[in-house]
Design a protein around this ligand. Structure first.
Ligand SMILES: [Zn+2]
Length: 481
C-alpha cells in the first residue's frame, strides 16, 4: 500500500517535470538572454506558420516552455502578473522557430575534405532562428549522433536535431565516413545498425541501386524512421515506388527525363529537363510546365513524397548572384578559398546554372502549387559559402524570389518541416499548447522577407537566446571547431 502511494507520487513528479522548462547545461548558459518561467510578448505582429495572414497587436504568453495564450493585446494589462517579464513587441514580428531539413554539421574545407565543425555549426543554426533540424547526411559517424544527443538534452546551444546515419551509398563517393553498400542485405544491416546506435533518419546517395533503396526504406519504416535521398542512379519515380519519403535538391537531382538513362546507373550529364524547360512559355500558377514533368509531380504528391528546396547551395554556383551572408564566421583561409571560387563563378560566361537556377525555382513552386509537401534546407556543402543560420534565412528569401508569398515561404520553413518530421503537434506553428520555439524579429517579414535577418531573440522551448552573442563566439573561427 505504502509502496503504491510512493509510486503514484513519483509518477506525479515525473508528469510535472515533463511540463517544466528544460535544465540548461553549463555550455548553453552564456548565450541565454531570457530565462524565466513565464513571460509575455506584447503588441507584437504574429505570423503563425500556417500561411494565415499576420495578426497585428497580439500578446503571446509563454509558461514553462509552452505557449499559454495568443490573442489581441488587452487594453488594460489586468491579466499580467506582477512577476511576469514583459517584452514589448511593438514594431516587431513573432514567428515560429524554423524547422529545416537539409542541414549539415560539416563543410567543404578544401581538396575533397569535409571538416566536421559540429560546435560552430550547431551554434550558428540556433543563432539563425533554427529550433529544429534534420541533418541531411552524416560525415562524422558517431560524432554526429553524440552532438545530437547533447543538443537534445540541452548540453549544447543548438537546435533540436534529428540526426541522420552515415550515407546509404553504392560504390561511388569514396569519402570520409561513406561506406559502399554491397547489396540489399547490406543496406538492411546498415539501417538497423545505425538505428540501434541512435540515428533517427537516413539518407540515400547518388549511386545506390533500386534494390538497396527499397530494402533500406523497408527497414527504416519498420522502425518508424524516414529516409530521404540525393539521387542520381535511381529516378524520382523509381524512388517513390521504392518507398522513399523525401527527395533532396528540388528537381535538380532528377534523372527521370534523361533519354539514355540505364537502370541503377548515374548518367553522365545529369539533369536535362530543367535545362530544356521553356521558362517563357511555362506558367507555374496555371501549372503548365511540360506535361511529363507535371505527371511526375502528381505522382510524388500521390505517393506523399516531400521535396526539399536547397536553393542556397545552387545560388553559390550561379553567376550574378550576391555574395552569400555570414562569410565573416569563417576563418580567413576558408573565406579566401570561397571568395576565389566566387570570383571565378562571376567570370564564367557559359555556366549551366544561369539556366538551371531559375528553372529549379520554377519547378519547386510548381510542386508546391500542385499540393506537394515542399520543405526547406540549405545544404552547406558544394564549394562552400553556405553558412549555417545565415543561409537558412537566405533560403526563405529565395523561396520568395522563386514565387511563393512570404507567408507561404515561412510555412515551408516552419510547419512543413515539422509536418515532414512528424513533430507538428509539438512545434512548427504558434498555437496554444505548442512548444515555445519562436523567432522575434524587428520589422515585418510578411511584407519584406529580408526582415527575417533582423532576428533579435530566438526562443527554444521558451528559453531565449541572443543571436549576436552566439555569433560572437564563432566569428572568424568556423574551420577550427
Ligand atoms: Zn547535403
Amino acid at each position: 500500500m505504502k509502496f503504491a502511494r510512493i509510486a503514484i507520487a513519483l509518477a506525479a513528479v515525473a508528469a510535472h517535470a515533463a511540463a517544466q522548462r528544460p535544465t540548461i547545461g553549463a555550455a548553453v548558459r552564456p548565450y541565454v538572454s531570457v530565462d524565466t518561467p513565464t513571460f509575455a510578448i506584447t503588441h507584437v505582429r504574429v505570423i503563425d506558420g500556417t500561411g494565415a495572414p499576420a495578426k497585428e497587436d497580439q500578446t503571446v504568453v509563454v509558461t514553462d516552455g509552452k505557449i499559454a495564450s495568443v490573442g489581441p493585446t488587452p487594453s488594460n494589462q489586468a491579466t499580467k502578473q506582477p512577476s511576469t517579464l514583459v517584452i514589448d513587441g511593438t514594431g516587431k514580428t513573432l514567428m515560429p522557430g524554423m524547422v529545416m531539413v537539409h542541414e549539415h554539421l560539416f563543410y567543404p574545407s578544401g581538396q575533397g575534405v569535409y571538416g566536421n565543425f559540429t560546435e560552430s555549426f550547431s551554434r550558428l543554426y540556433l543563432a539563425g532562428g533554427i529550433t529544429s533540424m534534420r541533418t541531411g547526411g552524416n560525415m562524422n559517424g558517431f560524432g554526429e549522433l553524440a552532438l545530437a544527443r547533447a543538443a537534445n538534452s540541452w548540453q549544447k546551444a543548438a537546435p533540436w536535431i534529428d540526426a541522420t546515419a552515415p550515407y546509404l551509398e553504392g560504390p561511388g563517393l569514396a569519402l570520409g565516413q561513406v561506406y559502399a553498400l554491397k547489396d540489399a542485405a547490406d543496406a538492411r544491416r546498415h539501417v538497423n545498425y545505425w538505428a540501434d546506435m541512435g540515428a533517427t533518419s537516413f539518407k540515400a546517395y547518388m549511386h545506390i541501386s533500386r534494390d538497396e533503396l527499397k530494402a533500406a526504406a523497408e527497414e527504416a519504416h519498420k522502425r518508424g524512421l524516414k529516409i530521404t535521398g540525393h539521387l542520381c542512379s535511381v529516378t524520382y519515380r523509381e524512388a517513390a515506388e521504392a518507398g522513399i519519403d523525401n527527395l533532396e535538391h528540388g528537381f535538380l537531382a532528377s534523372t527521370d527525363f534523361v533519354a539514355d538513362k540505364k537502370p541503377d546507373e548515374c548518367p553522365q550529364g545529369g539533369n536535362r529537363f530543367l535545362m530544356d524547360l521553356d521558362l517563357a512559355s511555362s506558367n507555374v500558377e496555371r501549372q503548365t510546365l511540360n506535361e511529363p514533368v507535371m505527371a511526375l509531380m502528381r505522382f510524388l504528391v500521390a505517393k506523399k513524397v516531400a521535396v526539399t528546396s536547397t536553393l542556397t547551395v545552387f545560388e553559390t554556383f550561379t553567376p550574378g548572384r550576391p555574395v552569400p551572408p555570414g562569410l565573416d564566421m569563417l576563418t580567413q583561409e576558408l573565406r579566401d578559398q570561397f571568395m576565389r571560387r566566387y570570383e571565378q563563378t562571376q567570370r564564367s560566361t557559359n555556366s549551366q546554372y544561369t539556366k538551371l537556377f531559375p528553372s529549379a525555382m520554377k519547378a519547386e513552386v510548381a510542386f508546391y502549387r500542385s499540393g506537394g509537401l515542399l520543405v526547406a534546407g540549405t545544404d552547406p556543402t558544394g564549394g562552400g559559402g553556405v553558412i549555417p543560420g545565415y543561409s537558412n534565412q537566405r533560403q526563405v528569401e529565395l523561396l520568395v524570389e522563386a514565387g511563393l508569398t512570404p507567408l507561404e515561404a515561412i510555412k515551408v520553413a516552419t510547419l512543413n518541416g515539422a509536418s515532414y518530421l512528424g513533430i507538428q503537434d509539438r512545434v512548427g506553428t504558434i498555437a496554444v499548447g505548442k512548444q515555445a520555439d519562436l523567432m522575434l524579429v524587428a520589422g515585418n517579414p510578411s511584407a519584406n522577407i529580408a526582415d527575417i535577418r533582423q532576428l533579435e531573440t530566438v526562443f527554444r522551448q521558451g528559453v531565449g537566446f541572443a543571436p549576436a552573442k552566439i555569433r560572437e563566439s564563432v566569428q572568424g573561427r568556423v574551420g577550427i571547431f
